[in-house]
Write a protein that binds this ligand. Sequence first.
Ligand SMILES: *[C@@H]1O[C@H](CO)[C@@H](O)[C@H](O)[C@H]1NC(C)=O
Ligand SMILES: *[C@@H]1O[C@H](CO)[C@@H](O)[C@H](O)[C@H]1NC(C)=O
Ligand SMILES: *[C@@H]1O[C@H](CO)[C@@H](O)[C@H](O)[C@H]1NC(C)=O
Ligand SMILES: *[C@@H]1O[C@H](CO)[C@@H](O)[C@H](O)[C@H]1NC(C)=O
Length: 355
Amino acid sequence: MSSFLHQRTIHNPLSNQHPLSPRSSSSSSRSFSLFSPTALLVLLSLLVILGIFLPWADMPEGLFSTVKPSITKWRSYTLAQAASFVAKNGTVIVCAVSQPYLPFLNNWLISISRQKHQDKVLVIAEDYATLYKVNERWPGHAVLVPPAPDSQTAHKFGSQGFFNFTSRRPRHLLQILELGYNVMYNDVDMVWLADPFPYLEGNHDVYFTDDMPQVKPLKHSHALPPPGKKGRTYICSCMIFLRSTNGAKLVMKKWIEELQEQPWSKAKKANDQPAFNWALNKTAGEVDLYLLPQAAFPTGGLYFKNQTWVQETKGRHVIIHNNYITGFEKKIKRFREFGLWLVDDHADESPLGKL
Ligand SMILES: *[C@@H]1O[C@H](CO)[C@@H](O)[C@H](O)[C@H]1NC(C)=O
Ligand SMILES: *[C@@H]1O[C@H](CO)[C@@H](O)[C@H](O)[C@H]1NC(C)=O
Ligand SMILES: *[C@@H]1O[C@H](CO)[C@@H](O)[C@H](O)[C@H]1NC(C)=O
Ligand SMILES: *[C@@H]1O[C@H](CO)[C@@H](O)[C@H](O)[C@H]1NC(C)=O
């Protein structure tokens, strides 16, 4: 079965071997009746094929346009294979994306391509439609780490499905570190205005950004900030750079532990960020942490809300995060207002093209 899939599309083997269509029957000397054993065999195998393909056929284009021989290949493409394919200089840039976020993925990719770092981008697809879509356009740059989360429930911010979805993040990152790569993680509602890599100074284990909108002095400390009102810091789990060190692995392991100890509840409607902050708090003594400069990596709560600050820090911005707002439409509208929605006019700059 699988070698059959590797060699041919669903159309060709049937029309070539078994002349069902007038075009191919004219080239065949065999006589052919719909009720012959051969025809029944063909119909039977067609049913088997449909039965096997239907669970995957969740893409809008429908069954026949999506079932290609490459699909089985991407289904079994592993994180180790993918990381070794995209890594440059021992480093990968990853995001985790499900189908509704594809426009944001494209927007983010355009901005990364402008900094010439797109080659090391690995999209961790959180559903099969995304896995196939990205690899069809950009072979090798998407991987799915099974099992795929339930795509129907994974999108609403604050929901249990969203929590389950984001809980996968530290596991993905730990796996990449264990494979020996440095990894930069980004949420895809981000836009790069400059190259972030020169800001990853020194040899620290973990680099991150503060999600607090309060303005800090330009030359603030790079240490973990003091805890806020809830007894913890507000470091963003949206943009993290990890070197493949024991320290960085320890933070990921602690993050996974914290997520297990404080699972989602209706009352708290948590996402994965508090657990990340507790993980930083508890490992701070053993791990070399580095807070990136606010002017370069501002939270959306500052960048989109304080024009005075934006003017004052002009030319210093590196990655902009469209947070402190929920909903796809609102995020797109705000990106448009600030000239950061690039997919309308610059889709040709994305390795995925126009989606
Ligand atoms: C490769 O990585 C090293 C260390 O992380 C860095 O100093 C260097 O600039 C990188 N080189 C390229 C070509 O990206
Ligand atoms: C989230 O994960 C928990 C624990 O694995 C599971 O019981 C629950 O059904 C999942 N919920 C959703 C909405 O995905
Ligand atoms: C960790 O959190 C506790 C409780 O808020 C706080 O007292 C402590 O200073 C924090 N440690 C670090 C290193 O931030
Ligand atoms: C906005 O930015 C300016 C300039 O940095 C700062 O003085 C002011 O306190 C900020 N406003 C708010 C509401 O944070």
